[in-house]
Design a protein around this ligand. Structure first.
Ligand code: FES
Length: 91
């Protein structure tokens, strides 16, 4: 069961809530961001997006551990709901 979390857009400070039944990429698209995806299951890396701070629940199978320190796959990975600070996306 997924949990809700909040992301912040670095370029404009916009806060976006991601509900438990929504993926991060769905929430970003609903907010008007165009994110390319392909597999939507954490396998291809097409949706790889940078983040500047915050904690990520990485659920992909494609990023190297060092990549996961700066990028996440927004089709499947999520912010940690327990984190008090929003996940800041490099968008
Ligand atoms: S679309 Fe393939 S990893 Fe996200």
């Amino acid at each position: 069961m997924s949990s809700a979390f909040t992301v912040k857009i670095a370029s404009n400070g916009q806060l976006i809530e991601v509900s438990p039944d929504q993926s991060l990429v769905e929430a970003l698209r609903a907010a008007g961001f165009e994110i390319q995806t392909s597999c939507e299951s954490g396998l291809c890396g097409t949706c790889k997006t940078g983040y500047l701070s915050g904690e990520v629940d990485h659920q992909d199978f494609v990023l190297e551990p060092e990549e996961q320190e700066k990028f996440l796959t927004v089709c499947i990975s999520r912010g940690l709901a327990a984190s008090k600070e929003p996940l800041v996306l490099d968008l």
